[in-house]
Design a protein around this ligand. Structure first.
Ligand code: ADP
Ligand code: MG
Ligand code: ZN
Length: 726
């Protein structure tokens, strides 16, 4: 075990690094400047916390938010790590005390606000020159750049660090940086040929849903009632609705509060504190809420109104599920919101800026309206690939059926023909449905196709048009406005009886009430025990004056309520139990287990913990795929002793197809993965999957050494699915 891994296990109770964490740790320990770009919840803190413990001297962490600093330091101290913070919120006596500890080398990590670093011509930084510093970590590093979305002038003072400490490595960390911001950060901080680590922005544990915006409050209420133990944030546009809704929720006995920029700072701080300490379950907020929060067990984020850009949406939904457990992002969408928001998007006297804002708004609307995988849309937006089968968005979870739409296609094409190919889809649909719109002239109404499509909805016709255009049975073109026109292939449908089939939505996956996945997320967990564990956690946290998730994350409790550990040895195998917490909490938790488990007939199921993070894997992997007849043929041939290439030849299919067939049987558990690949490669591939998500094989492949191939990656994904079914 490397020293870094030992530290990870001993202090934090985790058994493996996430993919880029390891590299970040290694680079900085070698003294190299390092730039870490990881999404929220990706695990940036450990990138500098582990080296801080491994290296001599004190690590200085620059962090912009006072509340966050305190939270992080609380978490470190809870793990037995000597850490402190310095900022303007402390009395001078306390500051003196911390400085003494710093000078005598008692602190491994010191969190400092940027203004403190720069105050009085870097007076504090000069003091630091007198003591051994292991590294500087600049958290939320985008604040240093004008190009970032949250520029802070105090951060500019940090550009002196490199001159003052040429020998100390700097790690810059952020969750949001496009290429320009990225370059700017490197330049501003004068990073010296930094290692740049960019993680995927996929958040596989977040499920994305879009609902039509109808009876929004009732649906939200129902969602909250259906998930009585979960904490969440509801974003809305106006301060007024934040207040009204939180009031209405409280009237129904739900611990809810509101938060917006119009409130007093003290009041805001109190609400935020109540929320992170699990005393308040729901916050109804305007976008002002969330920046300073690291609460890891936010289970859902609901948008009652449309966010103004994909960036905002991604950032706000990203506040869910930082602990890696399944979480939900639910957006209520109405096209009317787009019109409303357009007014906000227009920046007076700045045409360029206005155009940009409007474009961003349109992209947000496109996301909400898109008829394809939501995750794919998000990934593509951020410049990543995704195959569009995430199995964890409302589109991928919906069921579809293939229907014969030949007759409707004929009606549509003949309407286009009758209208002489001179109109766009809006009018064609009105015409088909027999609309009384004034755009339909009396002459048109005399045509035999007028009104023959009244039995189908506007949405149906719109998607059929889209489908026919894609299939090239119809074209949409025109100099200024897209007109529907026939194509050479149209005739085959109109006259030659060519069949047209289309996938139509059979049952849309909804987050409210009928959410099949979220119900079985904690399937294996013993609910009563989980509640007891949470109560114990809350008591311990209150005694220490820290948020409950500082004591243990939800993930730790879920694992305990699933596997019922009965001894210290067994606790050690549960994620989150480091040495310090073992000494501090093992007794209290074991006592609870010893009382609760026998009384409820529960026995240790630790033998089922095959590997750490089983629960998390379960949460993010998809349903088992069923295997088809053709796949069975390949399987049969494989059993007979043929390898992939031979089967491909025998069946006249591509090797990739055969690989897919075989992976399917690994997923169902019928075929042992070790018969297909070198098992030594499995852990490395699993790490890459955890990091990049299952969405894009290509990204996983790129995160791995050359010698790993796509087939092996597919197999490991299938293998993980198989473990989930058992
Ligand atoms: P970020 O700062 O990137 O938003 P954090 O550093 O706050 O993310 O980490 C998010 C959560 O993930 C925390 O609860 C943290 O303890 C957990 N975490 C980070 N790295 C690991 C790991 N290697 N194994 C298990 N949990 C981890
Ligand atoms: Mg962070
Ligand atoms: Zn999807």
């Amino acid at each position: 075990m490397t020293p870094a891994l030992q530290i990870l296990k001993h202090y934090f109770g985790y058994s493996a690094f996430r993919f880029h964490q390891q590299q970040a740790v290694e680079y900085i320990m070698k003294g190299k400047d390092t730039f870490v770009l990881m999404p929220t919840g990706g695990g940036k803190s450990l990138c500098y916390q582990v080296p801080a413990l491994a290296l001599d001297g004190t690590a200085i962490i620059i962090s912009p938010l006072i509340a966050l600093m305190k939270d992080q330091v609380d978490s470190l101290v809870a793990n037995g790590i000597p850490a402190a913070f310095l900022n303007s919120s402390l009395a001078s006596e306390e500051q003196g005390n911390i400085l003494r500890r710093l000078r005598s080398g008692q602190l491994k990590l010191l969190y400092v606000s940027p203004e403190k670093m720069g105050a009085d011509q870097n007076a504090f930084a000069r003091q630091l020159q007198q003591i051994p510093i292991s590294l500087f970590a600049i958290d939320e590093a985008h604040c240093v750049s004008h190009w970032g979305h949250d520029f802070r002038p105090d951060y500019l003072l940090l550009n002196r660090l490199k001159d003052l400490f040429p020998a100390v490595p700097i790690m810059a960390l952020t969750a949001s940086a496009d290429k320009i911001t990225q370059k700017d950060i490197v330049r501003q901080l004068k990073l010296n040929d930094p290692a740049i680590l960019v993680a995927s922005f996929n958040r596989p544990n977040i499920r994305y849903y879009v609902h039509p915006k109808k009876e929004t409050f009732l649906h939200i209420l129902q969602y909250i009632n259906d998930h009585p133990d979960e904490s969440g944030i509801i974003y809305c546009l106006s301060r007024k609705s934040a207040e009204t809704w939180s009031g209405q929720l409280r009237e129904r006995g739900i611990e809810a509060g509101y938060y917006h920029a119009g409130m007093e700072a003290v009041q805001r701080a109190r609400i935020q504190e109540d929320f992170i300490k699990d005393r308040m379950r729901i916050i109804v907020a305007t976008i002002a809420f969330g920046m300073g929060i690291d609460k890891s067990n936010v289970r859902f984020v609901i948008h009652a109104d449309l966010p103004k850009s994909i960036e905002s949406y991604y950032q706000e939904t990203g506040r869910a599920g930082r602990d890696g457990l399944p979480s939900t992002a639910l957006l209520f969408y109405s096209p009317a919101d787009v019109l409303k928001l357009r007014n906000f998007a227009i920046v007076e006297q700045n045409a360029e800026q206005s155009a940009l804002m409007l474009k961003k708004l349109q992209q947000m609307a496109d996301f909400a309206e898109s008829q394809s995988c939501r995750r794919k849309y998000l990934m593509n937006y951020f410049g990543e690939q995704h195959d569009g089968n995430c199995d964890s968005c409302d589109y991928c979870l919906s069921s579809f059926e293939v229907t014969d739409v030949t007759v409707d296609a004929q009606k549509l094409l003949s309407a286009v023909k009758r209208l002489k190919e001179k109109f766009g889809k809006g009018l064609v649909i009105d015409f088909l449905r027999g609309s009384k719109s004034i755009k339909i002239t009396e002459d048109m109404k005399q045509l035999p196709t007028y009104g023959i499509g009244a039995d189908q909805s506007r949405e149906f016709w719109a998607s059929l048009i889209q489908h026919l255009v894609r299939q090239e049975f119809l074209t949409e073109s025109g100099p200024s406005y897209p007109l529907l026109q026939l194509s050479p292939a149209s005739n085959s449908v109109l006259f030659d009886g060519k069949k047209v089939t289309m996938q139509t939505l059979h049952q849309k996956a909804l987050a409210v009430t009928s959410d099949p996945v979220s119900e079985n997320v904690y399937d294996d967990m013993h609910k009563g025990l989980f509640d007891e564990l949470r109560q114990l956690r809350r008591r311990l946290a209150d005694n220490e004056g820290v948020p409950p998730y500082v004591v243990f994350s939800d993930n730790t409790l879920v694992e305990m309520a699933t596997y019922f550990p009965q001894t210290v040895d067994e606790l050690e195998q549960i994620s989150g139990w480091g040495s310090f917490k073992m000494t501090k909490y093992a007794e209290a938790f074991l006592e609870l287990m010893w009382q609760y488990c026998p009384a409820n007939g529960l026995h240790s199921k630790m033998h089922r913990v095959q590997r750490k993070k089983t629960i998390k894997k379960k949460a993010v992997t998809s349903k088992p795929k069923t295997t088809s007849d053709t796949a069975h043929k390949s399987f049969y041939l494989f059993r007979e002793g043929n390898d992939v290439r031979e089967i491909a030849q025998l069946r006249n299919l591509s090797p990739v197809t055969i690989e897919q067939h075989l992976a399917g049987f690994v997923a169902t558990g019928e075929l042992d993965i070790s018969s297909l690949m070198d098992m030594h490669k499995v852990p490395t591939i699993e790490q890459a999957i955890d990091l990049k998500g299952q969405g894009s094989l290509r990204m996983i492949k790129e995160a791995l050494p050359e010698s790993y191939n796509y087939f092996e990656i597919r197999l490991v994904i299938a293998y993980r699915q198989s473990k989930e079914i058992q």
